[in-house]
Design a protein around this ligand. Structure first.
Ligand code: PAF
Length: 282
């Protein structure tokens, strides 16, 4: 496993590999790796000659300084996990100043309205921060394929749009959500849950399953939303939003139109930990 910190070094190494005819997969992460991340790495290893994994807690995508400060950072353990997964991985640990060329700020992007709902509405500037860092990372790594988890489904759609609008020659490969046995979506933030909150957190997935059941019985999105909100009133989790939207444009759904796929999206607080999840319901 080779570890890089400078943009020019990872870029040169990848350039040489590409000149030798190798395909490059890329898995961008913010570390605190869990089996969900490793599934992305494994998919990339299957589909490419070489895989680059980046670990960088990107400051420009946090709207809350406390959240940024408390984001789990366990680099030694992450590197050990990556080494065990594949000895040939290229690991990129960017330095903020070098990656951002001295200007650690988000640029503003036109996300075509995909950022107006859900995460975009509740975390101001979040997707500009994500799009900025993903552009910089793509520029540094120049991969053939990049792997993103469907747990951040809105992020995935925003990145697809970014790639299309900027003509990046990168194939975006989505990977399904990895869940704990009790249904809780795997997330680096789960590490911060207290024991009682960890026990409550699978309620989020249970409510997504309930929404799916209601949709399958023919209930309209608004009524499903009302029913799910009521369930949270009796739960120790604090619901921030529950939304039903079409997968392509992420527009809140009034009806389920035939031929379109719909997902339910949730953000809820377990104590002071914000968790998100989603499920295709129709
Ligand atoms: O999904 C994440 O971990 C981050 O948003 C990403 C894509 C690595 C950008 O910082």
């Amino acid at each position: 496993m080779i570890v890089f910190t400078l943009r020019k070094n990872i870029r040169n190494t990848v350039k040489k590999l590409k000149e030798a005819g190798k395909t490059i997969g890329f898995v961008p992460t913010m570390g605190a790796l869990h089996p969900g991340h490793l599934a992305l790495v494994k998919k990339s290893l299957e589909e490419n000659h070489r895989t680059v994994v980046s670990i960088f807690v990107n400051p420009t995508q946090f709207d809350n300084p406390d959240d940024l400060a408390k984001y789990p950072r366990i680099l030694e353990r992450d590197l050990h996990l990556l080494e065990q997964t594949d000895k040939d991985l290229l690991v990129y640990l960017p330095l903020a100043e070098d990656l951002y060329e001295g200007n650690v700020k988000a640029k503003s992007f036109d996300h075509g309205g995909l950022d107006r709902v859900m995460e975009g509405a509740y975390r101001r500037g979040h997707f500009d921060g994500v799009a900025t860092v993903v552009s910089l990372l793509f520029d540094a790594v120049q991969p053939h394929r990049a792997y993103f988890g469907e747990k951040d489904f809105q992020q995935l759609q925003i990145i697809r749009r970014l790639v299309e609008s900027q003509n990046y020659p990168v194939d975006i490969r989505p990977v399904p959500i990895h869940r704990e046995k009790d249904g809780l979506a795997m997330s680096s933030r789960n590490l911060r849950l207290t024991e009682p909150m960890r026990k409550e957190a699978p309620f989020i997935y249970q409510t997504l399953l309930k929404a799916k059941e209601m949709a399958e019985k023919g209930m309209k999105p608004d009524l499903i939303k009302e029913n799910i909100s009521l369930l949270y009133e009796k739960s120790p989790l604090r619901l921030e939003y529950f939304e039903i939207a079409d997968e392509e444009h992420l527009r809140p759904a009034e009806n389920f139109e035939p031929g379109k796929n719909y997902r339910a999206f949730i953000a809820a607080y377990a104590g002071d930990i914000r968790l998100i999840d989603n499920l295709r319901i129709k």
